[in-house]
Design a protein around this ligand. Structure first.
Ligand SMILES: Nc1nc2c(c(=O)[nH]1)N[C@H]1C(S)=C(S)[C@@H](COP(=O)(O)O)O[C@H]1N2
Ligand SMILES: [Mo]
Length: 262
């Protein structure tokens, strides 16, 4: 890549273009903030570790992605499927919950519950779609857990619904498959590892604080798992997909760490 020369005399002139350095440290800070790196890797350390030319955006991005892939493996190895996340008291619950999505709340399109169906696809025996009422016929569980968004905020929420494990068993999913994927009404996608899908605190949530989910929070059914960051909790789910290969995700495909464990 061509190193751009400072054009103004007010820019420091040296062997390294300060603006390139600034851009790269912004990229590192940005990816760090998104939790991609999860431990601090300084610009200097990155250069030493990878030997890459920090004046080249593509090289730096490639190196950061390699660090993120390593993180996925390390996180998966450290994850204990039997360990429960902390739970909280009912008087700590935030009401209403705090909204977030990749667009503002006034852009939320309510779902028509009379026509809504959940498609069940991939490595499952029973591919019949689900209706809202089907969830009420299943075992229920409630969790009061902390929601953590990588943007740097969190809240305690009271979620109830059907354990994803019970749902997967009911539809005859291949529980040895690698991933459970989710497609949503707003085009959002996410996917989680099977160990997380089978974790007791991973719910297909239909209720918040004992009330049916409000439109902004993913009605009629969304994922709520105590062991993953906010972006791995898809709302307004329209398809659940069991697969060994499909591991897409709206934010994951834009650089957030795929494993996304808390
Ligand atoms: N369908 C859909 N699900 C989504 C999102 C989205 O934009 N669309 N945003 C995710 C992010 S980044 C967060 S932090 C949580 C926010 O959930 P909440 O509104 O219940 O707090 O939803 C997640 N699930
Ligand atoms: Mo988030």
């Amino acid at each position: 890549m061509v190193r751009r020369r400072p054009t103004s005399l007010f820019h420091p002139i040296g062997s390294v273009d300060q603006r390139v350095l600034k851009r790269q440290s912004q990229l590192v800070t940005q990816l760090n903030r998104r939790g991609v790196l999860r431990g601090a890797v300084s610009l200097g350390a990155l250069t030493m570790l990878t030997g890459c030319d920090i004046s080249d955006d593509e090289q730096v991005r490639g190196a950061l992605e390699a660090v993120s892939a390593l993180n996925n493996r390390v996180q998966a190895a450290l994850f204990d499927p039997n360990k429960l996340a902390p739970t909280y008291a009912v008087d700590q619950v935030l009401k209403p919950p705090r909204y977030n999505a990749y667009y503002p709340v006034d852009k939320v399109r309510p779902i028509d519950l009379t026509t809504w169906q959940l498609a069940v696809t991939g490595l499952v025996q029973d591919q019949r779609p689900w209706r809202p009422a089907d969830f009420a016929t299943m075992p229920q569980r409630e969790d009061i857990i902390r929601h953590v968004c990588v943007e740097g905020w969190d809240y305690i929420g009271q979620w109830s619904g059907v354990p994803l494990r019970a749902f997967l068993e009911k539809v005859g999913a291949d529980l040895t498959a690698r991933y459970v994927g989710f497609k949503c009404f707003d085009g959002y996608t996410s996917s989680i590892d099977m160990a997380a899908a089978l974790h007791p605190q991973t719910l297909l949530a239909t209720h918040y604080a004992g009330e049916p989910l409000g439109d902004p929070f993913g009605a009629p059914v969304r994922l709520r798992t105590a062991i993953k960051l906010g972006y791995k909790n898809p709302k307004w789910i329209t398809e659940i997909l069991v697969s060994n290969t499909w591991r897409n995700g709206y934010w994951e495909d834009r650089g957030y760490n795929w494993f996304g464990g808390i």
